[in-house]
Design a protein around this ligand. Structure first.
Ligand SMILES: NC(=O)c1ccc[n+]([C@@H]2O[C@H](COP(=O)([O-])OP(=O)(O)OC[C@H]3O[C@@H](n4cnc5c(N)ncnc54)[C@H](O)[C@@H]3O)[C@@H](O)[C@H]2O)c1
Ligand SMILES: [Zn+2]
Length: 366
């Protein structure tokens, strides 16, 4: 496969911005066009030591300050939000500054929320370093921090000025986080693009080997699909909800087993339940169901959920954002390449799909 830098544009009128994707882009000068003088890099204790020096080397003509947060979901906190604002004020950052997020989805969500609110909004750039951040969280402008009362409870829609995706950053990512990103990649194929799904089937070995040309294509196509969906429905009034395939079931698994299941793993098992439900309703063929399972399996993702009583699923799923008027709405695949959002209140049918895709020994794979 040919190695090139790919660019796609997220089309949101005056807030449109480019996403550049390629191997070795961290060594590019300039990293982004028209960066202001004052820059704050937000990173964490894992990513900073790996990539901050490379990024700083491209920013020698700027005044750069780095704010490093702890690793982990807990860092997406009100405390860290306040601490970054303190850093900006302590260094006299003005409205013309820019914030660069260097890290995974945690760093991106937190830094983006700071950018959205500091002096009512400053320039924001993303250098996502996990596969999940590259194909999902860095695209679409959702920023947020957590509250003890729940995840992402405080946030804003705030689009960046640019996103730079260096596929080489993925070489240092652990196998589990890497596979979790692939779960979201498969999701795009199922909801929107049968050809892409077939491409993933044909290139799963290249992806498992983190081949950079295969990664560049898979990331580009994922970002394109997400960008199209976001351009059509920035604030999730309609089609953007389809991006939650597998997530309603997945969130229940995560909530019940947060210590052992990662988000992407739960989404993979949740996707299997959603596909099984459609198969049992006669709207997805057995061949398609098997293809989904085989691909997720091939990408080293779990395809069975842990066993838990239906009431427990119900409790966790009722908390889902997609509950409207008491009825759960599910994102369900109608074919490989198409999905719908459908209210379903038949708990017998939901329970049958869950039971078929649960296993007493099912646990996250690694
Ligand atoms: N804004 C959105 O639209 C959106 C969408 C999906 C998820 N999210 C959010 O994203 C977060 C999850 O993101 P994530 O999966 O990237 O988690 P993460 O940011 O915690 O990164 C996962 C782990 O990988 C490490 N890491 C990052 N880059 C690395 C690299 N190149 N090499 C080695 N290690 C590296 C991190 O330090 C961390 O330990 C959640 O908070 C979730 O809510 C947001
Ligand atoms: Zn997800």
């Amino acid at each position: 496969m040919q190695e090139t830098t790919q660019q796609i544009i997220v089309g949101l009128d005056e807030r449109s911005y480019p996403i550049d994707i390629g191997a070795g882009l961290l060594a590019r000068t300039p990293l982004f066009d028209n960066l202001p003088k004052q820059l704050l890099i937000v990173t964490n204790t894992v990513v900073g030591p790996l990539y901050e020096a490379q990024v700083r080397a491209q920013l020698f003509a700027h005044d750069v300050v780095t704010h490093t947060i702890d690793d982990g979901e807990g860092a997406k906190s009100l405390d860290n939000f306040g601490a970054i604002i303190d850093t900006l004020i302590a260094h006299n950052f003005n409205r013309d500054c820019a914030i660069i997020a260097l890290g995974g989805g945690v760093v991106g969500d937190l830094a983006g929320f700071v950018a959205a609110t500091y002096q009512r909004g400053v320039n924001f750039y993303q250098i996502p370093t996990t596969l999940l951040a590259q194909v999902d969280s860095s695209v679409g402008g959702k920023t947020a921090i957590n509250h003890p009362g729940g995840k992402n409870l405080v946030g804003a829609f705030y689009q960046p000025q640019g996103v730079l995706i260096d596929t080489q950053c993925l070489s240092t990512l652990n196998d589990r986080d890497y596979a979790c990103g692939l779960a979201e990649v498969v999701k795009y194929g199922i909801i929107a693009d049968a050809d892409f799904f077939a491409w993933l089937e044909a290139h799963q070995h290249n992806l498992n080997q983190r081949d950079s040309a295969a990664l560049t294509y898979a990331i580009r196509r994922s970002c394109e699909i997400k960008a199209e969906v976001v351009a059509a429905d920035e604030r999730e009034q309609s089609v953007r909800a389809l991006l939650n395939l597998g997530h309603t079931f997945g969130h229940a698994i995560e909530a019940a087993h947060y210590e052992s299941w990662k988000h992407g793993e739960a989404v993979a098992a949740g996707t299997m339940i959603a596909a099984t439900l459609m198969h049992q309703l006669g709207e997805l063929t057995a061949t398609e169901l098997t293809r989904i399972e085989t691909l997720l399996n091939g990408l080293k993702l779990p395809v069975r959920a842990p066993k838990m009583p239906l009431e427990r699923w119900q409790t966790f799923m009722q908390r889902d954002k997609k509950v409207k008027g008491g009825t759960l709405r599910f994102v369900l695949p109608t074919a490989i390449g198409a999905a719908c959002l459908r209210p379903i209140s038949d708990w017998q049918a939901i329970g049958a799909a869950i039971a078929a895709m649960s296993h007493a020994d099912a646990r996250s794979p690694l």
